[in-house]
Each structure stands twice: as structure tokens, then as C-alpha cells.
Design a binder for this molecule. Sequence first.
Ligand code: URA
Ligand code: SF4
Length: 213
Amino acid sequence: MTTATPRAMIALAMDSLTEIARQVSNCTDCPLNKTRTNTVPGDGPETASIMIIGEAPGYNEDQQGRPFVGAAGRLLDQLLRSIDMKREEVFITNTVKCRPINNRDPLLDETAACKKYLDRQINLISPQVIVTLGRYALSAFMPNAKISNVRGIAQNVNNQIVFPIYHPAAALRQNKFRQIISEDMQKLSTLLNSKGDPGPDDNDPKSQQLSMF
Ligand code: URA
Ligand code: SF4
């Protein structure tokens, strides 16, 4: 009689970012699979303390199979550098892993079909903070929240800290968003340095917001 668990069973039970990426590359669960060039599962280490979630791959991302490699990505890199972080330290992905044709907004059905991959990535990485870029990524966590009300304020969503900011593409279109995103990045840095615990300070809007949940 053997009591050892076969290796294959252990491997089956263990998820990994590579396995998720492999399944995404074969996925046909929503119509976006028909028009994609490459899937864009996301990039970064499983040990990342921050997960950054954008909307959807654009032209360059679809061509290269990597997230945020175009103009918005360059701005994202700058924003990360402004708080002494490098892209290699964070995990970056999107609410859908395939490009919507002509960069249209992802449809609710597409985001819903793709959510299982995002959920598995979050489970594996278990980040200190999830940073959502723009209203699509925010709505994956807080469907009724208005980005202009919650951006730059840490939110507790099912015991996961979510930090919404505007999408860098908005900053490329309008300068006023650039200033706001830069300020919110500084707040993110403060939150990270507090180890995700905004502390007991009642004058701190972050802790008030968190205590609401
Ligand atoms: N914009 C996004 O939301 N995601 C990308 O990957 C690139 C641009
Ligand atoms: Fe599958 Fe997501 Fe691509 Fe749709 S967007 S085909 S659900 S991987």
C-alpha cells in the first residue's frame, strides 16, 4: 500500500502564473479570441507586492503579447520611478487579456468571461495593494464606485486593499489628470510604506475610508 501523493496530482493542484498564461493563450471563452494577434496575460513576479490592473491590451500590446508597452506604458514606468519602483518589481495585467478591436471598451460579458484569470493571478500573487487604472479596472472590484470620488483613497474590498487611480492614457490626453495621477502615486507610496495599514489616525482620510467597510 502506498500513501505517497503522486507527483502529477500535486502538479495539478498547484496553480502558477505560467499555467494561467498557457491557458489564456488557448482561451476561446469570449469573442475577443477571434481578433487577437497575441494574448496578453500579464507580466511580473509572483512575489510582487503591487499588482497594477489596466483596461485592455491595445495595438502594441496585442502585437507583442506584453502589457503597457506603448505610450501609456512609458508614462506608467515614469510614475513607478517617481516612487522608486521599477516595472520588474510589480505585476501588470488587464481586466481582459485580449485586445478589443479598434481599442473599443471591453464589454461586460468579455470582462466577466476573463475575470477567472485575473482572480487566479490575484490569488497566487496575494499583493499588498491592487492599483486599478481607470474606471474599467475599478469596476471589476467596485461596480458602483465613481472613480472621481474614490481615486487616491485606499479601499477595502473583501479584505483586499484596492487603490484606484486614473488611467495614464487619460493623463496623455489631458494635462490635469497627469497632476492628479502624480499626487495619487505619492499617496500610494505612503500607503506602501505603512505596510498597507493606514493606521489608527482618524484624521487620515485613508483610514476613514477603510473603516467604512
Ligand atoms: N492600456 C491598458 O489599459 N492596458 C494596456 O496593456 C495598455 C494600454
Ligand atoms: Fe479568453 Fe479573456 Fe481572451 Fe476573452 S479576453 S478570449 S476570456 S483570455
